[in-house]
Design a protein around this ligand. Structure first.
Ligand code: AMP
Ligand code: ZN
Length: 668
């Protein structure tokens, strides 16, 4: 196979995997395998720049920087939608439709995705450009940013090679938004307000590499300017889906307005179960021939109507502020409210996040506050009605001592959160760490609930999650509400948890700022816990997504002997502290101590991964890019010309596979 064919085949294969992962949610290979393929393609492309293609899967990582977005004219105008808020509004609308169309009408009911609208233009099956709505007639060209969104197909097999537009909404999922904020919290950056603003703000970032890091998705709903037959809105959605676009499957065809109302009612109560936010429903006349008869007003189609759900806000009184201590010792203020109905549930508490938030709201006891139900489970206070404040109201100040153990709280410089420093003896920290350890995304231990953990901690049965592995059925049975069967299940669940992979164990340890994704990145970069323990601050921050705060937290963690002792105990019980798919990385010698290597290209005798693990095994270091501090560039075939040039300019020796083998004692 020629290099060109190989590149094409890899691109097609990766495009297919992207589609399965980001559009269908049905991946068939692991992330690791995907990365391997992508790296391989990346190298082939670097070595053969004549086959550059802006729509290659490697281009998803971004790189292009746009200083000023160009304004371009839409091929087809992007209309707004008329709004309705009641069944009467909808019946009035139907009556107007019936005056124009004297045939039975059916309606396509779709969710109204709450994000930023986008128009994608494809020509000859290739993504040509992506433009924001702007004023509907012209918008900003943001193609470089949109290319990084993996659910946007860069190539499609359309029924025609001619140019067409497809419209959709760029959204951020609730979980993606929460993870992004968690990351920002860890880095000490200001948190984003809501998924919608974050999605629309992301489109206008100048650096597309930043956009690539945002968990964005694109949901499509309309094809414009197709020169092939499309009969109905329902058909349009199906065709878009067949071409590879992400089209949510919640849309339903309604035979009459009553069925439309059923759809609206259903999603009013179930919308919180969706992975993304919606602000209503869009009802569209299904037959395109009917749509044509109805046409447009100056601003919106006559054949469509948005039904907006009421903003989920309520006003109530602040009674008290209480403080919760989490597993990391972080102290979170929680507002206790006069119970109030909010979107069908009674709300009694709202999160206040931290001292800064209280200050920002200028919160006083007895204040009238506005609570809002956002993407998160606990509602938040978004506003204070200062005009309604009682005369002698006292401001809410932050507590100075831990409400659970009375230790003096600390607040690190640059951090918004207060912490209780009494890690070893503060009860909620002990139980919290155990609960985190057993949680689904960590060790996933069944048969052990919150109350049982608290009870076991209180009775001194366990003081640490490592103690879980010493539990015997006889110890547990005497506990309240514990039968023999559930005790056996618990012990079995604990024993089976040793099969959890290294990155989950790393997450389970509960190191401050090490969330699920950070743990994955760390496990990849340091496939053995010893390597992580030995890593310097500089080596840690060199890893994607690892900032100074995380690095310092890790170093601090490993500085404490009791933490390492606990890891040794867990290892003795059988827990995994090495990545599975990685090659063996036992220390073999110190031959490469102090040397750093950039490994690039394709090798004859060993795979690149095997070479990398050899470097590590002989105490060398691997770095991603060439700098003045690099000791050697280890070059295989097809190393990129830019890398070679950089090494030559900086005077870094380029060595071959064979030369490298001579540097280590037990060469293969
Ligand atoms: P508005 O911004 O209130 O005028 O509503 C119109 C906007 O709703 C459009 O520009 C789209 O971005 C957005 N929208 C979200 N979901 C849909 C959908 N299923 N069909 C049509 N428009 C939608
Ligand atoms: Zn405490």
């Amino acid at each position: 196979m020629s290099v060109e064919d190989k590149i094409k085949a890899l691109r097609a294969e990766l495009t297919e995997h992207n589609h399965r992962y980001y559009v269908l949610d049905e991946p068939v290979i692991s992330d690791y395998e995907f990365d391997q393929l992508l790296n391989h393609l990346h190298e082939l492309e670097q070595a053969n720049p004549q086959f550059y293609d802006p729509n290659s899967p490697t281009q998803r990582v971004g790189g292009a920087v746009t200083k000023n977005f160009i304004t371009v004219q839409h091929d087809h105008r992007m209309y707004s939608l008329d709004n309705s808020y009641s069944k009467e509004d909808l019946l009035d609308w139907e009556a107007r439709l019936k005056k124009v169309v004297q045939e039975p009408l059916s309606f396509m009911c779709e969710l109204k995705y709450d994000g930023a609208s986008i128009s994608l233009t494809y020509q000859e099956g290739q993504l040509l450009r992506a433009v924001t709505r702007g004023d509907g007639i012209q918008g900003d060209e943001v193609t470089a940013n949109i290319r990084t969104i993996k659910s946007v197909p860069l190539q499609v097999s359309a029924p025609s090679n001619e140019r067409f537009d497809i419209r959709g909404e760029i959204i951020m999922t609730k979980s993606g938004f929460a993870a992004l904020n968690e990351k920002r919290r860890a880095l000490g950056e200001e948190e984003f307000k809501n998924p919608r603003n974050t999605a629309s703000g992301s489109l206008k970032l100048q650096d597309s590499t930043e956009v690539a890091k945002r968990p964005l998705s694109c949901l499509l709903y309309s094809i414009q300017g197709a020169n092939w037959p499309i009969d109905t809105q329902e058909d349009m959605l199906q065709q878009a889906r067949n071409m590879g676009f992400k089209v949510p499957k919640e849309a339903r065809l309604a035979k009459n307005i009553d069925q439309v109302m059923q759809f609206i009612d259903y999603w009013d109560t179930h919308r919180h179960e969706l992975p993304y936010e919606i602000d209503g429903v869009v009802v569209k006349v299904n037959e395109l021939s009917h749509q044509e008869m109805l046409g447009y007003t100056a601003k919106a189609p006559r054949w469509a109507m948005a039904y907006k759900y009421k903003a989920e806000e309520a006003t109530t009184l602040l009674n008290q502020v209480v403080y919760q201590v989490g597993r990391t010792g972080a102290v979170t203020p929680v507002a206790e409210l006069e119970p109030v109905d909010l979107a069908g549930t009674v709300v009694k508490r709202a999160s206040l996040h931290n001292a800064d938030q209280i200050e920002k709201l200028d919160l006083h006891f007895g204040d009238t506050v506005v609570v809002e139900k956002g993407g998160e489970i606990i509602p938040k206070i978004t506003d204070v009605k200062i005009g309604l404040r009682p005369k002698d109201a006292l401001p809410v100040g932050f507590i100075e001592r831990c409400p659970e153990c009375s230790s003096t709280l600390v607040r690190l410089e640059g951090e918004a959160q207060h912490y209780c420093p009494n890690e070893q003896n503060c009860p909620p920290q002990i139980s919290g760490r155990i609960q985190h350890f057993i949680s689904r995304k960590a060790m996933d231990i069944d048969g052990l609930g919150e109350e049982t953990v608290n009870l076991m901690v209180k009775q001194g049965l366990i003081k640490d999650f490592a103690d879980l592995f010493t539990l015997k059925v006889e110890d547990i049975i005497p506990l309240e509400r514990m039968g023999e069967k559930s005790a056996q299940n618990l012990v079995k669940g604990v024993q089976e948890s040793v099969r959890q992979p290294y990155h989950k164990v790393l997450f389970a340890l509960g190191i401050r700022h090490v969330g699920e994704t950070v743990a994955q990145k760390l496990a990849q970069a340091f496939p053995k816990i010893e390597l992580l323990r030995r890593a310097s601050e500089a080596e840690l921050v060199a890893v994607d997504d690892i900032g100074l705060k995380i690095a310092q937290s890790l170093i601090n963690y490993f500085d404490h002997d009791e933490n390492w002792n606990r890891i040794e105990r867990l290892r003795a019980y059988g827990c995994q502290f090495e990545a599975e798919n990685e090659p063996e990385q036992l220390l073999q010698s110190h031959a490469l101590e102090g040397l750093s290597f950039v490994v690039s290209g394709v090798f004859q005798r060993l795979s690149r991964e095997e070479i990398k693990s050899l470097i590590l095994a002989h105490s060398g270091k691997i770095v991603g890019s060439i700098s003045g501090k690099t000791s050697y560039v280890l070059a295989g075939d097809q190393m990129g010309p830019s890398k070679r040039q950089k090494a030559e300019t900086l005077g870094i020796p380029i060595i071959s596979e064979e030369e490298f083998f001579k540097m280590i004692p037990s060469n293969p």
